[in-house]
Design a protein. Structure first.
Length: 323
């Protein structure tokens, strides 16, 4: 009887331990169930998931965090980490995903890419240690191949900000902004996206809004530099010609009364021809100056447009000037 009692007691303990282990392993599922209970994602949030081709697993992780599109004041309250750089989204574990609402149509796609970026942070958090170690090796190897200067600058800014967070950031950046990656890593991201290339396409689209303006402004700068060099060279030559013409005019005037009429008239004719040629050159320089000023105005407009784009994605609160 005692043996049977001990066996029953041992079985009971094992059942309790198994139950406890099961509950522990299912903590995430229970948490997700509670968070999703009664939750219907707003259409704007569903549209973000649709545009980035999130599959059911990705949508589950995205919706569990009840993502919100917020204006500047709300966003800074939700993502209050005193960042000095531009931040478009944040994922706060056990709290939620917050996305900055960018209204500039020239930057269409930035909200979608940010949504996918933050969802991938959730995915990274849910990897087992073994999975994470393996993925870290893949993404760090991929990072060594990146040549896009904007992405490289972004990675460097994350390294300076928090070296411990670089792997999760690489996981999100590569997943949403780098088109060509290793086949193994591409296969991994299929766990979250039906067509990851659509996300990268959106990333490239809004990046082009910046690069096109930057290329245009650089083109204007190069043209203005060449025009300025031509104008300065022409002005120096005209200055020397003006001095020579002034000296020649004095000589002609000094000889006006004593010179042979025919000879004098010939000299005046030659002088006037030189003056006319000089004036043609002056008009040419004036035309170049007008062109320079026109391009300068276009350059200033382009810089202003670039500033508008950066302001559109700048979620940071503005300082208040003292009176």
């Amino acid at each position: 009887m005692k043996s049977k009692a001990k066996s029953a007691s041992l079985i009971g303990i094992l059942v309790l331990l198994a139950g406890a282990l099961l509950v522990f392993n299912q903590q995430q599922a229970v948490y997700d169930w509670i968070k999703l209970r009664g939750y219907t994602p707003p259409s704007a949030i569903v549209n973000l998931a649709d545009a980035t081709t999130m599959n059911n697993q990705a949508r589950h992780m995205f919706y569990v965090n009840r993502p919100q599109l917020q204006n500047k004041e709300e966003f800074n309250s939700s993502c209050s980490d005193n960042e000095q750089s531009i931040v478009l989204g944040c994922y706060i574990q056990n709290k939620g995903i917050y996305l900055y609402n960018v209204n500039d149509q020239r930057l269409a796609g930035v909200e979608e890419v940010t949504a996918a970026h933050e969802m991938l942070h959730v995915a990274y958090d849910r990897l087992s240690k073994t999975e994470r170690d393996h993925i870290n090796q893949l993404i760090n190897a991929e990072a060594m191949k990146i040549t896009n200067q904007r992405i490289l600058k972004t990675i460097e800014s994350y390294k300076k900000r928090d070296q411990n967070a670089i792997n999760t950031e690489l996981h999100s950046i590569i997943g949403t902004e780098v088109l060509t990656i290793s086949s193994e890593l591409e296969s991994y991201y299929k766990k979250y996206f039906n067509d990851r290339s659509k996300v990268v396409e959106l990333s490239e689209k809004y990046e082009n809004a910046f690069t096109n303006l930057e290329d245009l402004s650089n083109s204007y700068l190069a043209t203005m530099k060449n025009l300025k060099a031509e104008i300065e060279k022409s002005n120096q030559g005209l200055s020397n010609e003006a001095d020579d013409l002034a000296a020649e005019y004095k000589t002609i005037e000094a000889e006006r009364n004593g010179a042979d009429a025919q000879s004098f008239n010939n000299r005046v004719y030659v002088y006037n021809s030189k003056v006319n040629a000089y004036n043609v050159k002056v008009n040419g320089v004036t035309t170049k100056i007008d062109e320079y000023n026109r391009i300068l105005a276009e350059y200033n407009k382009t810089i202003s447009k670039e500033g508008d784009l950066y302001n559109a994605i700048d979620s940071r609160p503005k300082t208040i000037n003292n009176n």
